[in-house]
Structure formats: structure tokens, C-alpha cells
Design a protein around this ligand. Structure first.
Ligand SMILES: [Zn+2]
Length: 370
């Protein structure tokens, strides 16, 4: 699959603002300048010389850009230590709502492959993929769905979806019981569509280690198409890493096999594949639309659900505001813990996929044993 199979896509906001409707052609011209090092005067990362890079020099190192941290880890594992893999999402940024800047465009301009999650999670990378004609753009989640590898997790019950969402900004005073009869916020509904697509597909497939194995195999095959001379190495690397993912899965199974309860509340709606794989239920989701704080009515509904279920732990996430979680924890007399479904580059052990999964599993197990 190449970027030609994707729709034209959106240009980054700064480019739309700057160039308007004629942005696509200009974007390609800018990419050519970025790739040649003319703009910003930058040599490729890892190149200590100041010489303008040539095609020969850039092809010497396999360069892969990814939209998210788990993809970057998988790509490095498969491509090997000699490859230069760059996650273009800055540490701490929200993967659902990120707007790429010239820095990210330059990273993509230097890469020969762009790995994306797809499934409408990182649509913000559409412009990066379509503006660079030379790059091979792979939406891993979309490809997995096309290949029939993504299970249907819509049956994972999220109790809080029965709470009518409201578009109001929280006043953070749930003791105030006055009626909040605000109009629905249609932008918020749009954000939700953006996150989960028109078909309601959950994009967070990587939180199931067995689906991660499928993704790793797929990445190896895509790399082998681009660099057939290294195909055997890519496949061997993928096989070795997939053995570690099998162990990770078995460790998670063991950790979760003896928990006192089987339901937990998450911050944003990310754990359907995880819950489905390990026989858990999502009791509530605090922030139904990633990156937008829930309104009072929705929060009150979540509090009621958690009280009824006897859940005492509320999760925050490093990429999102803690306020809603803190409000709910105060209301239920519980505590705020942390989950990190997207990973954080500068916060070991959450800077690797396996470390992140282990961290999340320990946090979930602790909540399930309260
Ligand atoms: Zn997410």
C-alpha cells in the first residue's frame, strides 16, 4: 500500500493558513526543499557533516517516521539498530488531536516510510503522507482491518455510554445540583467521529499484545517490499520480537488471572481490545472525547456508575488534563492512578511498548484488587 491509496488528506493547519487552497502543490515543493536541507539549513539527524545530503547519503540509512511511540518501537525492533526511526508525535502530545508543524514535516521528508495507526486516530498525518510523493505510507490499523485481523470489540460494554453526553465545559462543582440544560455541542460530536471513524472502529488495537504481533509481522512484510535484500533480517527480527510479545501476553494473563474484580474505569476510550482479550469490562470512560473535558452532567453519570460498581480507582493519563479524574476521585472517595495507553518517550518504562503494557497492567491489576 502506498500513499497513493489514501485520499488527498488534510494539510497541516499552519500550511492551510499560509497557502490556502493551493496548498497541495506548494506542500510538495516545500517537501523537496525540506528533503534537500535548504529550509532550516539542517543536515539529516546523525550526520555530523554540514554538507547538503545527497540521495546516496540518505539511502544509506533506512529512515522510518511513525506517528506514535508503539509504532516507533515496533519499527526499530523489526528494522534493526541500524535504522533511524523517529516518532513525529512529541512526548506528551495528544495523538488524537495533534497538529504537525514544519519540524514534523522535515522528519517525514527525510524518511522513506511513514507508519501510521490509521482507523482515524492520526488523520492529522494525512497531509504529511500525501505531500511527500516519495514516501511509502502504511496505515497499520487500516491494513489490519482490510486483512481481517481486527476483531469486533463493540461488544465490550462501556456502561458510561448510557450517560447522555453534554457539550458543556465542566464547572468542577458537582455539589451544585442545578439543572445543566445546555445545548449539545456539535463540534464535540464531530471530535468523536474523528476519533473512532464513521464505522465506530476503536483505533487502539495495539493494547492487545496478540494484535501487536500481527502488526509487527505486517511491518516486517511492508519493509521487505521496500528493501527485499534485507527481507530475511526483517522477518527474523519480527519473529524474535514476537516471541517477547507472546511472553508479555502470558505475563498479563497471569497477572490478571487472580484479580478480585473484572471491571475498571479508564480515562479515554482506549482499552476495548485490552478488555476483550483479558475478559475485563470497562465500567466507565471519564473523557468520552479525547482531549475535551467532559461536562458536569456526564461526570455526574460517571460518578454514579462508579459508586454503584464500588470502584475506587480513577485513572488519569499523562497526555490529558487530570482535573476530571481528580473531581471524580473526590466524589467517590477514591484515588487517582495513571494509565498510559499511548506511551511516553521520556518516561521509562513507558518509553517502550512492552514497558508501557507492563506498567498499565500493573496499574489495572492494582485497581482490580481493591
Ligand atoms: Zn487514544
Amino acid at each position: 500500500m502506498t500513499n497513493a491509496t489514501f485520499p488527498a488528506g488534510r494539510l497541516p493547519r499552519w500550511m492551510r493558513d499560509k497557502f490556502g487552497g493551493q496548498g497541495a502543490r506548494l506542500a510538495r515543493q516545500i517537501f523537496a526543499l525540506l528533503a534537500s536541507g535548504v529550509i532550516f539549513g539542517c543536515a539529516p539527524a546523525g550526520d555530523s557533516s554540514n554538507a547538503t545530503p545527497t540521495g546516496d547519503e540518505t539511502s544509506a540509512t533506512l529512515r522510518i517516521a511513525t506517528t506514535t511511540l508503539p509504532l516507533a518501537d515496533w519499527a526499530q525492533q523489526v528494522a534493526g539498530p541500524g535504522a533511524k526511526v523517529t516518532c513525529i508525535l512529541p512526548s506528551g502530545a495528544n495523538a488524537h488531536t495533534f497538529e504537525p508543524s514544519p519540524r514534523e514535516m522535515r522528519t517525514v521528508a527525510e524518511a522513506s516510510m511513514l507508519l501510521r495507526i490509521g482507523l482515524h486516530l492520526d488523520d492529522w498525518s494525512d497531509g504529511l503522507a500525501s505531500a511527500n510523493r516519495e514516501i511509502k505510507s502504511i496505515a497499520v490499523g487500516d491494513l489490519m482491518r482490510t486483512n481481517g485481523l481486527l476483531p469486533d470489540v463493540t461488544s465490550v460494554t462501556i456502561a458510561a455510554t448510557s450517560i447522555e453526553p453534554d457539550g458543556i465545559e465542566a464547572t468542577h462543582d458537582l455539589d451544585n445540583e442545578k439543572d445543566q440544560s445546555h445545548d449539545d455541542d456539535h463540534d464535540e460530536v464531530h471530535d468523536h467521529d474523528h476519533d473512532h471513524g464513521d464505522d465506530g472502529t476503536d483505533p487502539h488495537f495495539w493494547l492487545d499484545p496478540l494484535l501487536a504481533r500481527e502488526a509487527v509481522t505486517l511491518i516486517a512484510e511492508q519493509l521487505a517490499l521496500v528493501h527485499p535484500e534485507q527481507a530475511a533480517t526483517f522477518r527474523a527480527n519480527a519473529e524474535a520480537y514476537n516471541a517477547r510479545l507472546r511472553s508479555l501476553h502470558e505475563d498479563i494473563q497471569t497477572t490478571l488471572s487472580t484479580t478480585a474484580r473484572h471491571d475498571f474505569a479508564t480515562f479515554h476510550n482506549a482499552f476495548a481490545y485490552y478488555a476483550s482479550r483479558y475478559g475485563l469490562q470497562i465500567a466507565a470512560v471519564i473523557e468520552e472525547y479525547p482531549g475535551k473535558e467532559p461536562g458536569d452532567r456526564y461526570l455526574r453519570g460517571v460518578v454514579e456508575k462508579l459508586r454503584a460498581a464500588g470502584i475506587r480507582s480513577v485513572f488519569a493519563e499523562p497526555q490529558f488534563s487530570r482535573r476530571a479524574a481528580e473531581i471524580i476521585a473526590r466524589e467517590i472517595g477514591g484515588q487517582v492512578a495513571m494509565l498510559d495507553p499511548h506511551g511516553t518517550a521520556d518516561a521509562p518504562p513507558r518509553d517502550t511498548y512492552i514497558g508501557m503494557m507492563t506498567f498499565n497492567t500493573e496499574a489495572i491489576a492494582k485497581a482490580l484488587n481493591e
